[in-house]
Ligand binder design. Sequence first.
Ligand code: AMP
Ligand code: ZN
Length: 114
Amino acid sequence: MPNCLFCKIISKEIKSNTIYEDEKVVAFLDINPKAPTHILIVPKKHISTILEMEEKDKELIGHIYWVANNLAINNSINQEGFRVVLNCNKDAGQEVFHIHFHLLGGRKFSWPPG
Ligand code: AMP
Ligand code: ZN
């Protein structure tokens, strides 16, 4: 998708701190981390918001949680705990309109979220 920041990161037109990649997803460090561990897991397919997810994407979204689990273990945040967050549209604060799952850990989080 032209002018999509995360498509440009996926195509390596823009540099990122990529820590994991497979045929379906890329995971890289958030440029402005909100926790000691803050990784973005991004599908290579451009989907602007989770509302644009199609039925055929169900496996892809499940795969993202599988990758999140493995990254949580590899980054040693699995025992203490972590969050996987997806923001959708204005009130949730979505800034980049290519879906991404925030994997956050390394500190205690409040509930309910701010
Ligand atoms: P959201 O508000 O859910 O759309 O999250 C967008 C996230 O992308 C924010 O946490 C930003 O810090 C992060 N971000 C923006 N630009 C970059 C970039 N070039 N590389 C890595 N993370 C980025
Ligand atoms: Zn995109």
